[in-house]
Structures are given as structure tokens and as C-alpha cells.
Design a protein around this ligand. Sequence first.
Ligand code: PLP
Length: 385
Amino acid sequence: MHGFSTTAIHAGQEPDALTGAVTVPIYQSSTYAQHTLGEHVKYDYGRTINPTREAWETSIAALEQGTFGFAFASGMSAIAAALSMLKPGDHIIAGSDMYGGTYRYLSKILAPFGIEISYVAMSPQSGNPLGELTKAVRSNTRMIYAETPTNPMMNLTDLGALGSFAKERGIVTAVDNTFMSPYLQNPLAFGIDIVLHSATKYLGGHSDVIGGAVVTSNIEIAEQIKFYQNAYGAIASPFDSWLMLRSVKTLALRMRAHSENAQIIAERLAADERVKAVYYPGLATHPHHALALTQMKAFGGMVSLELGSLENAKQFTEQLRYFTLGESLGGVESLVCHPVTMTHGSVPEARRRELGITEGLVRLSVGIEDIGDLLEDIERGLEAL
Ligand code: PLP
């Protein structure tokens, strides 16, 4: 087994056999020449297979310690492909707290097709490692879907407990690993069946590309994902695949820097009485900190904070100079987001309240700028309260 960065730099990225180019070429071709009728060729049509995309798929599979990788045009199309395994009459249990777009896909697209959905808090609670999950299982439960940490409340799910619970019952598990990236957490290693990414975030890392990925080691699941990828056609383009290959080479360096900066900022915020609450798994006070230490290499760049009111959230975000107000996360530049009006706008108000996604909640995607500058920015924001 190679170290993470060696894998990130070399897996799928051998020097080109024809020219020796050390960077995988962008194969900008929609089709391939065939020599005789009926001949089986590996490369036939660009939606089905493309060498640049294939290199990116090899890379992401290796980084997630999986066997099969599939690259998509966006995180949502990767998630949709995994959820396509569900058929009318099937039941899925999904985490109650997740990216708003995934919630929208489940409730607005899958539910009308006759797929039953239960939203359940699966974080460890009062002695039960899987929270409410155990009570929600039905005879037709086909899939359990989780984000850990969740977006934006930073709750954790116990991956090992989830993997064994589902395996004993023959239920497929899917985990969105976007917030952690494969450098910080590898769900497959804990017995999870499918890992999903919005590669737009840390994998891409520079806020310049939209992409998604699915990784599994289960051949039956891989065959289905391959089928959906080709049948729907929401594939990663050759250029976007190349951007991902370029980006993952520095993933470990970036994730370490994101995590270091976020830890310092979370500690600074937690020490300030104007901040009502800080949600970051790297804080010893986080309810799942002990679990975080067992399944995450470091705690990542995402920090959420409660400022008590919409007015405070507005004052704080407007004072920030380096944290740009914007959707998305995971780029080298710091971003700040207001989930209620931005990423989680499609989650109904009552549900948001239940989850703690209040009007005073602000989410930071801590970038890799110099920490002194970021701290100065945070001070500016706090002074406005
Ligand atoms: N999963 C998570 C955790 C996300 O934050 C996002 C986007 O913000 C997605 C999935 C969707 O990814 P994309 O925007 O690349 O379609």
C-alpha cells in the first residue's frame, strides 16, 4: 500500500504510453476509430468511456481505497446515480441533516416515484451508537444514506457501527464524504458500500470545476452505477477530469492546511461570548469528538457558528474581507455561507428549525490563506455584533 500523496500523484497517472507525457492528456474526442465490423474495442464512444475520465476514475477509486470509481458531471448526478438503485416500493433511510440539494432530490424526485423515505438522526445518542436509525428499519429498507459530518450542523455518524448494522441486514450503505475528502476519511474501510463526492469541493479544491464521483468495491453495485452513468450520460468531461487529476495531487497538503486553520478559528470563536455555539468536530466540546478521533484523520475545514439572529448573521458576514459570501465550499479561498437563505433554502422551515438550522447560523469554509489574516477577518466580523 502506498502513502496517500504517492497514490494521489501516481494512481491512474502513469506517463503517457505514446509520448511519455507525465501529465495525462486531455482526450477531447467523442468517438474512436474501429477497424472491422463487430470487433470488440475498449474505447468506442465518449459517453461510455474516455481515457482522461478513466484516469480520474482510477485515481478516485484508489484514493478512497475502493476498486471501482465513476466520475460524474456534478455531485448531484453522482448521488442520483447511486439512488437509482432504488425501485418503487423500496424504503431508504436518510440522515435527517444533509445537503439541501440531496434532500430536495429525495423528497421531490424520488418520493413521487413511490420510494419510501425516512429521515432519521443517526448520530450517537444516549448510549445508542446509531441514534434513531435502528427503530426506522423496515422489511423493505434497501439503502441507508448518510453524510458525516453533516452539512451544516457537523454531526457525525459512526461509520463502523453503520457498516456492520447494515451488512447484517443486507442493506446497502451510501456515505457522502464531500466534507472530509478521501484524505481525511475513507468510509469503505469501515464497511460502507458506496462513497459519494461532490468533487466540486475539496477534490477540485480551487472553485473552478463542478464534478462528482461514486466509489465502491462491490462489483454488483459497480455494474449498476456504470449502467446508470452510461444510460443517463451525466459524465465528467475530459477537461474537468483533467482538472480533478491536477487537483488531487495536492489534496493532502490542502486538507492539512484547511484543518489547521479551521481548528484555530473554531477555538477562537468558541472562546467568544458573542458566539452562541460553534459546531466543529475538532473541539473537545463537540458531542462526537471522541468518535471523530476514531474515523477522521483531522477535522476538516468546515465550521458552523450560531450568532443568535438574522441581523447578527448579516452584520458578521458583511464585515468579512477574505471570507467571500458564496455557495459551495472546499476551495483554497475562504467562503462564508448563510444556510437558511442559501444552501438549505429548499429544506422546509419547520424541518430546518428542528435541525438547528436557524437564521443566525453561519457556515464557514475555511481556506488555506494565512491564518493571521483570517483571524483578523473573524475579529472584524465579531466587532460588528
Ligand atoms: N453533497 C454535499 C455535502 C454538498 O455540499 C453538495 C453541494 O454543495 C453536494 C453534495 C452536491 O454537489 P454538486 O454541487 O457538485 O452537484
